[in-house]
Design a protein around this ligand. Structure first.
Ligand SMILES: Cc1c2[nH]c(c1CCC(=O)O)Cc1[nH]c(c(CCC(=O)O)c1C)Cc1[nH]c(c(CCC(=O)O)c1C)Cc1[nH]c(c(CCC(=O)O)c1C)C2
Length: 343
């Protein structure tokens, strides 16, 4: 990553319901219909940039567009979140999935949204594309929605390991095509969300998540390299602190961190092999602005200025005060400028 005067900062879910203008644009429209409108996605992506001096944009979309592309029905139910009326129950249900997905056709609307947004940003900040990681998507496809225990999906790992690998492989192939399509459409960095890593232990993570995360980065990078291209890739495996060493050697330039790891030990454990991103507890945004500023200062001192992207340890919540988000961004810029040059 390049040296910058201040530490770059963006927030997961920076386009979201905490912004009144987001709620207004989304009003009365189905969530996935919104995702299928390039104009709406572009508008929602740009909204947080009009308010705050973020250093990156992330395309408005959702990780669950991939299960949809595989032929599954996914609804966003108000007050409940994503819901699959017919989740996968047993390995034979895999036969109902689309074996050969034409990503350029099925997910064309995301690519259009990226191209439109990239033009509208006019080079002011880079545009990040993203995908859910295989295990996280698999867990939604089996659970049929959010879950505390993920026990239905984990049951597959223990009872049907072969079918699990088949599904994970199928998802990986689609994700690789999807991410390459996003780069071709104009994405300038890619983040892979393994949001449900924390529900796995180190052994299961090594078998059912890590190999696929690695495969995705390696295949995307190899393909880009053939065309003389290269873009930074970020892996965010939430609550996978047990895997930090492995994640720092997985072909990703950046490892995103949740707030359960302290910055200094994350630096030590990743040994300068990668840049780090994160990791303020989103709930710290409920604190008064002065307190946010202190927390940010400490976080910056822990990570150091070099090879660091400031962010939260997970997404913003809908009841957060936009003013405090602004205070977070300003604190990152201000404190990091004052820190001066650092090794
Ligand atoms: C704003 C939003 C999104 N998705 C959902 C919402 C809220 C609903 C609404 O607006 O109506 C439903 C929406 N979509 C999902 C959920 C989580 C449900 C659950 O509890 O399991 C909800 C409420 C599933 C989802 N979707 C996503 C993840 C991975 C990140 C994470 O760990 O939070 C996950 C797990 C990715 C995602 N989703 C979204 C983005 C946009 C870009 C940005 O960050 O600004 C991104 C990157 C957009």
């Amino acid at each position: 990553l390049q040296d910058t005067e201040h530490v770059p900062v963006w927030c997961m879910r920076q386009a979201g319901r905490y912004l009144p203008e987001f709620r207004k644009t989304r009003e009365g429209r189905d969530f996935f219909d919104t995702c299928r409108s390039p104009e709406a996605c572009c508008e929602l992506t740009l909204q947080p940039l009009r308010r705050f001096p973020f250093d990156a944009a992330i395309i408005f979309s959702d990780i669950l567009v991939i299960p949809q592309a595989l032929g599954m029905n996914v609804q966003m139910v108000a007050g409940k979140g994503p819901t699959f009326p017919e989740p996968l129950k047993e390995p034979e249900d895999l036969q109902q999935l689309q074996a050969k997905v034409d990503v350029s056709k099925e997910l064309d609307y995301v690519f259009k949204a990226i191209t439109l947004t990239r033009h509208k940003i006019e080079g002011k900040v880079p545009l990040i594309g993203f995908s859910g990681a295989p295990w996280t998507l698999m867990s939604y496809m089996i659970e049929g929605g959010g879950s505390n225990t993920h026990s239905k999906a984990k049951r597959w790992l223990y009872r049907h390991p072969e079918a699990s690998h088949m599904l994970l492989k199928m998802l990986t192939d689609v994700i690789v095509q999807y991410l390459l399509g996003q780069v071709a459409a104009g994405a300038q960095a890619l983040q892979v969300f393994e949001s449900h890593a924390g529900i796995l232990g180190p052994v299961e993570f090594k078998e059912f998540s890590l190999p696929y995360l690695r495969d995705i980065a390696r295949r995307v990078k190899d393909k880009l390299k053939e065309a003389g291209e290269d873009i930074p890739m970020i892996v965010f495996a939430k609550d996978a602190h047990y895997a930090l060493e492995d994640l720092s050697q997985s072909h990703y330039e950046v490892v995103g961190l949740d707030w359960t790891i302290d910055p200094q030990s994350a630096r030590e454990r990743t040994g300068g092999k990668v840049s780090l991103q994160g990791n303020m507890d989103p709930c710290a945004l409920y604190a008064p602005k002065e307190r946010i500023s202190q927390i940010v200062k400490k976080m910056l001192e822990g990570f150091g200025k070099k090879g660091y992207i400031a962010n939260l340890g997970h997404g913003l919540y809908p009841d957060m005060d936009p003013e405090n988000v602004g205070a977070f961004v300003d604190a990152v810029h201000q404190h990091s400028k004052q820190m001066g040059a650092q090794i």
